[in-house]
Design a binder for this molecule. Structure first.
Ligand SMILES: [Zn+2]
Length: 74
C-alpha cells in the first residue's frame, strides 16, 4: 500500500507548488509595482492580515507591507 501514500504525497507536493500563487499578485506600497511571489516566499513571509504581507519589492528593493490584489486573468 506504500504506492498509494506516494501518489498522495506527489499530489500534495504539486498542490503546494501550483496552489495560490497564480491567483494573487502583490502591490508594493512604495512604488505601486505589481509582482508575484513564489509559494515558498508565500509560506515564510510574515503576514499582518489576509491582505497585507511583508515582502521585498523586486522593483525598488525595499521591504514593504505589500497589498494583495486578485488577478483578473488566469
Ligand atoms: Zn516597490
Amino acid at each position: 500500500m506504500q504506492w498509494v501514500l506516494l501518489i498522495i504525497l506527489i499530489g500534495v507536493f504539486i498542490y503546494l507548488i501550483t496552489g495560490n500563487r497564480r491567483i494573487y499578485s502583490w502591490r508594493c506600497s512604495h512604488c505601486d509595482h505589481i509582482f508575484e511571489i513564489s509559494w515558498l516566499i508565500n509560506r515564510i513571509s510574515p503576514r499582518k492580515n489576509s491582505h497585507l504581507k511583508l515582502l521585498k519589492c523586486p522593483a525598488c528593493h525595499r521591504l514593504s507591507w505589500a497589498k494583495q490584489i486578485k488577478r483578473v486573468q488566469l
